[in-house]
Design a protein around this ligand. Structure first.
Ligand code: SF4
Length: 362
């Protein structure tokens, strides 16, 4: 397939693998931030092409995984209401809340719809003026611009029956939280290329300098990831800690400034709880007060919803690169993709799910 096969060429992968073997003299721990990268690493066996001294650990960049259970429970309560059309991307429908999931709410008569864009949800709101239409706005900086546009358009056109249930998270604060933890093992990062396509990478040099870690903006195909690892190892071996861009075909230093302006217009930065990790300061986006009429949490006034995560689950340690999925006693036993106990098994991009799917036990 054009623009895909070129980045999966086995010969070039072999060359990059040999280059990494040649330059590696010491043990290094490198974290890929994004769940899409984790999935590609496990699917294509990229870690098996590396020297034993290089350990890849898997980061918190799976949006479905880090969406708190409380937010999922709120979504379920809203979606079950009679006057509501609840819209979401498909990947949230099977994610279990405390007692059920959106697919089951739909099976029991709830009007739950899969959409491909929040703008589709805006159109549904226009077409159904008697109904309240709610879009489940989860994800990183990548999905924030479209969600911002949906709310902006709704407000500009005077649409009153549309709102967002927001659980947006930001990548750089999570990287800082990992690096500042006493248990941190991460010495270099492969930053998420699609996040940087929106945000650029001007936020990263202060992090690289403060914690003395190389940060390589990296794509998602096997050759991107191997190239990113080679660039990271080169820096580690030579004692450098800079920000470099492997994903030049998609990412510029400044990113998409129009998208950034739209995010800033509609959202403000707030503390946000990450499932499995806990609250990270200034790590989320919430609707600005000018857009509070479009905030489903305010509109539906659900109060406090208390939840309890499985005590067996160590997904917080997996998301911070401290443990690997197979080190969890529940992995593949009590916890499977059909019956997930925790954050990193609920989505196909989660590390536990990827390990289970591709039968990785080491
Ligand atoms: S295998 Fe399941 S219980 Fe264990 S860390 Fe992963 S998600 Fe949690």
């Amino acid at each position: 397939m054009k623009y895909s096969d070129e980045y999966r060429d086995p010969k070039l992968a072999g060359q990059l693998s040999r280059q990494i073997h040649k330059i590696t003299t010491r043990p290094w721990v490198i974290m890929e931030v994004c769940g899409g990268q984790t999935h590609a690493i496990v699917k294509f066996g990229i870690d098996t092409l590396l020297p034993e001294k290089i350990q890849l650990v898997h980061g918190p960049g799976c949006p479905v995984c880090v969406t708190p259970l409380e937010i999922i429970d709120r979504a379920l309560v809203i979606a079950a209401q009679k006057q509501v059309i609840f819209c979401s991307f498909g990947d949230m429908l099977r994610v279990p809340g405390s007692s059920t999931d959106l697919l089951s709410v739909k099976a029991q008569g709830g009007d739950v719809r899969i959409v491909y864009s929040p703008l589709d949800a805006v159109k549904i709101a226009r077409d159904n003026p008697q109904q309240e239409v709610v879009f489940f706005a989860v994800g990183f900086e990548t999905t924030a611009p479209a969600n911002a546009m949906a709310v902006y358009q709704a407000k500009e056109s005077g649409l009153r029956n549309f709102s967002l249930l927001v659980s947006h998270v930001l990548v750089p604060p999570a990287m800082e939280a990992i690096l500042s933890s006493k248990a941190n093992r991460v010495q270099g990062f492969l930053a998420a290329g699609h996040v940087c396509a929106v945000m650029g990478y001007t936020e990263y040099p202060p992090i690289a300098a403060k914690y003395q870690v190389p940060i390589i903006v990296t794509g998602f195909e096997p050759l991107d990831i191997l190239h990113g690892i080679a660039m990271c190892v080169e820096q580690l071996e030579s004692g450098r800690h800079e920000v470099e861009n492997q994903y030049t075909r998609s990412v510029t230093k400044q990113g998409n400034t129009h998208a950034q302006d739209l995010i800033t217009k509609v959202f403000c930065v707030v503390p946000r709880k990450w499932r499995g990790i806990g609250e990270i300061p200034q790590s989320g986006l919430a609707l600005r007060s000018e857009y509070k009429d479009y905030d489903a949490e305010i509109k539906f006034n659900l109060g406090n919803i208390k939840t309890q995560e499985s005590p067996e689950c160590i997904s917080g340690l997996v998301l911070q690169g401290i443990k690997k999925p197979h080190e969890c006693p529940a992995f593949g036993v009590e916890c499977t993709p059909e019956h997930p106990l925790g954050a990193t098994m609920v989505s196909s991009e989660g590390a536990c799910s990827a390990y289970y799917r591709y039968k990785r036990i080491s």
